[in-house]
Each structure stands twice: as C-alpha cells, then as structure tokens.
Ligand binder design. Structure first.
Ligand code: HEM
Ligand SMILES: *[C@@H]1O[C@H](CO)[C@@H](O)[C@H](O)[C@H]1NC(C)=O
Ligand SMILES: *[C@@H]1O[C@H](CO)[C@@H](O)[C@H](O)[C@H]1NC(C)=O
Ligand SMILES: *[C@@H]1O[C@H](CO)[C@@H](O)[C@H](O)[C@H]1NC(C)=O
Ligand SMILES: *[C@@H]1O[C@H](CO)[C@@H](O)[C@H](O)[C@H]1NC(C)=O
Ligand SMILES: *[C@@H]1O[C@H](CO)[C@@H](O)[C@H](O)[C@H]1NC(C)=O
Ligand SMILES: CC(=O)N[C@H]1CO[C@H](CO)[C@@H](O)[C@@H]1O
Length: 317
C-alpha cells in the first residue's frame, strides 16, 4: 500500500464502497478498472513498486500526494508536472512552488515496471492518480499532456499565504467547492513544510517585524526555535506528532490556531470551512476518510485528457 499503512487501515472500510462522484464534462471516459483487460497486473505493479519505495522512505507518501495536487491544478491531471524543462521551455517542475516537490524517482520506477509488462498502454497521469488512491477505487483512463509551462504553475497553484477568499476562488476555478477545499486541505495531516513557506508569520508578517496574530503565540515560540530568521531550508511537520499518520488531527491543530500555513489557518475564516474543521476536530472526526476519497476522485478528474487526446508517454519526464 502506498500512503502510510495507517491510511490504508483507515480506508479499509471503504475498499468495497463504490463512490458516487460527479463526472466532469471532460472526464466522461475515466472509469474504474480501465486497464483490467488490457493490463491486468497494472494495479499490482503500482502497489508493489510504490510500497517498496515507501517502506524505505516513508516521507515519499506525502510527497506523492502533493504531486497529484500540483499535477491536477495545472492543465489538469495530465502528467505535465513530470515533464523536464528544455533549453527553450521552463517546465512546471522548475516553477517556485515545485522546488519542493519530491518523489519523481517513484513515478519513473513504476513507469518502467509497467512498460515492461504492458508497453505503451498506461499513462503517467494515471500512475500519479493510482499511487494516491491506495484504498479507494480510482477512475482511470487519463492520457498525458505534452505541454508543461512554469508560469502556469505559478498562476494556478494557490500559494501558502492565500486567504480564504482566494483559496475558495482557486478551488472553484477548478470545479472544487468549499467543502472540497476543507477536505483536501486535510492532506496536510501528513508531511512537512520548509520554513520558507510560513516564516513570515513568525518574523515579519506585515513588514513591521511583527507576527501573525492568527497563530497561537505559544506555538510561534516553538516554531522560532526550528526556523531562525531567513532559514529557508529547515523543515517542520505540518501536523506535529502525527505527521506520518493519515488522521483527523490536522483539524484539531487548525482549530487550536496552530495550522502551519496561512492557508491552513484561513479555514477558520469562513462559515462552511470552519464548520468542517470543527466537525473533524471533535474526537475521532466524522467520515473524513470517506470525504477525502470523494474529493480526491473529484480532484483527479480536473481537466483530464481522454480518448484520443494527449498521448501515452513512454518516459514520464
Ligand atoms: C489549499 C491550498 C494549498 C496550499 C496553499 C498548499 C501549500 C502547501 C505548502 C506551502 C506546502 C509545503 C511545501 C514545502 O515548503 O516543502 C505543502 C505541503 C503539502 N501539501 Fe499542500 N497546499 C494546499 C493544498 C493541498 C492539497 C489539496 C493537497 C492534497 C490533497 C496537499 C498536500 C500536501 C502534502 C501531502 C504536503 C507535504 C509534502 C511533503 O511532505 O513533501 N496540499 N502544501
Ligand atoms: C507483488 O508482490 C507480491 C508479493 O511480493 C508478488 O506475489 C506479486 O507477484 C507481485 N505482483 C507484481 C505484479 O509484481
Ligand atoms: C529529466 O531530468 C532528470 C533529472 O535531471 C534526468 O535524470 C532525466 O534523464 C531527464 N529526462 C530526459 C528525458 O531528458
Ligand atoms: C483576501 O485577499 C484579497 C487580495 O489581497 C483581498 O482583496 C481580500 O480583501 C482578502 N480577503 C480576506 C477575507 O481577507
Ligand atoms: C520586514 O519587511 C519589510 C517590508 O518588506 C522590510 O523592509 C524589512 O527589512 C523586513 N524586516 C526584516 C527583519 O526582515
Ligand atoms: C456566518 O455565521 C455568522 C454567525 O453565525 C453569521 O452572522 C454570518 O452571516 C454568516 N456568514 C455567512 C457568509 O453566511
Ligand atoms: C524537483 C524539481 O524539479 N525541482 C526543481 C524546481 O525548480 C528549481 C528551479 O526553480 C530547480 O532547481 C529544481 O530542481
């Protein structure tokens, strides 16, 4: 299993649940079991290969989840995040928000294992999507885009300092609603952030050497110990104490005003997203894993290429 084993455990209850999701107009052709007859071992290969990487380096699980988000928000889920820059084109990979993307080696390894069994059949975009759906059914049939432009990553990915109005607009522009925003932000229950993504909140929030008043002052003291001024490279867990476990504790942290990014804290500034935070912050939460699967399937349909559009790339980068 791909995302850490606890995630899988929590999702076990969902294994047989058939998710009802809205089909985006451009996503008609995605379907579960798309490769069943053409490449029956595809799902097993993805699981085996990814599992062997993640057992060696568990921190790759959050990295791959974030990669799927970044792929889908820029030109749709078409694998364009994987494409290398060339002398004449700066690709998405080389945009500022992507400097901290990791895990490309996992995609490459899965791809070459898949190519060995089923040459030229399975898209890179589907590999990213399936890696992130260990325990729910992932509709497949995406094809790969050929275009990857750095400036589009900057324009389409919400930066960490977005306020709630901007976050809602960003998600809505991708066909995702305010609940999807609250649910998918829960992806920050695993993984890390570099100090550079939030240190303005600790040292210079409005340019007057001040701190972010929406961040718990006691937590600011702790964070300052991890991120000295100007330190861009150190990393901090987004859901400390539970950063390897896919659970609802992200929401408890946000509720306590300890959300690491401004975009996490912002969920408290809207009735709908705040209500969701409060719901999940209650002990044990409520249906978060099911909600997450539904919103992930929805995110995974953004702007996909299907049918004869795009291509099946042999080398993902
Ligand atoms: C709501 C808007 C979002 C913003 C502004 C945002 C921003 C960020 C930032 C700044 C980081 C830290 C990067 C670094 O400094 O290393 C991060 C990490 C991460 N994000 Fe998001 N994100 C958002 C939504 C999402 C979504 C929808 C998902 C997936 C469902 C996601 C999954 C992750 C994961 C798993 C990490 C940890 C990556 C790692 O450990 O390498 N994020 N995000
Ligand atoms: C996946 O791994 C299991 C156990 O190691 C093995 O039995 C199975 O054949 C593997 N499947 C593929 C498709 O590699
Ligand atoms: C893409 O870039 C990676 C890392 O720089 C490199 O290893 C790989 O060979 C490149 N792929 C192609 C097709 O040039
Ligand atoms: C969010 O940011 C935008 C752009 O800076 C600003 O116009 C708007 O007033 C802000 N909204 C909230 C709720 O802070
Ligand atoms: C804080 O930000 C202001 C405005 O951007 C800048 O002039 C000042 O040098 C910064 N202070 C520190 C300590 O970085
Ligand atoms: C949010 O809730 C508050 C208090 O319950 C209410 O006064 C306000 O009108 C609500 N705002 C929106 C946009 O629904
Ligand atoms: C993972 C990856 O490709 N990171 C690149 C992001 O962009 C910077 C330049 O802006 C590159 O140096 C990184 O290699």
């Amino acid at each position: 299993m791909i995302i850490p084993k606890l995630l899988s455990v929590f999702f076990l209850q969902l294994v047989c649940v058939h998710l009802l999701v809205l089909n985006g107009a451009n996503a008609q052709a995605l379907k579960e079991g798309f490769y069943k007859s053409k490449c029956p071992s595809f799902e097993a290969i993805v699981k085996n290969t990814t599992a062997s990487f993640i057992s060696q380096a568990p921190s790759l699980a959050p990295a791959l989840l974030r990669m799927h988000f970044h792929d889908c928000f820029v030109r749709g889920c078409d694998g364009s995040v994987l494409i290398n820059s060339t002398s004449s084109n700066q690709a998405e990979k080389d945009a500022i928000p992507n400097q901290t993307l990791r895990g490309f080696q996992v995609i490459d390894a899965v791809k070459s294992a898949v190519e060995e069994k089923c040459p030229a059949l399975v898209s890179c975009a589907d590999i990213i999507a399936l890696i992130n759906g260990p325990s729910w059914s992932v509709p497949l049939g995406r094809r790969d885009g050929r275009v990857s432009i750095s400036s589009e990553a900057l324009a389409n990915l919400p930066p960490p300092f977005f306020n709630i109005t901007q976050l809602k607009a960003s998600f809505r522009s991708k066909g995702l609603n305010d609940i999807d925003l609250a649910v998918l932000s829960g992806g920050h229950t695993i993984g890390i952030s570099h100090c550079s993504s939030f240190s303005n909140r600790l040292y210079n929030f409005t340019g007057r050497g001040d701190t972010d008043p929406s961040l718990d002052p006691n937590y600011i003291v702790q964070l300052k110990k991890k991120c000295s001024p100007g330190d861009a490279n150190s990393i901090v867990e987004m859901d400390p104490g539970s950063a390897k476990i896919f659970d609802t504790s992200y929401y408890s942290i946000v509720k306590k005003r300890r959300g690491l990014l401004e975009a996490d804290a912002a969920l408290l500034n809207d009735n709908v997203t705040r209500a969701y935070v409060q719901l999940q912050a209650n002990s044990g939460g409520s249906n978060f894993f099911k909600d997450f699967a539904v919103s992930m399937v929805k995110m995974g349909k953004i702007g996909v290429l299907t049918g004869n559009s795009g291509e099946i790339r042999k080398i993902c980068n």
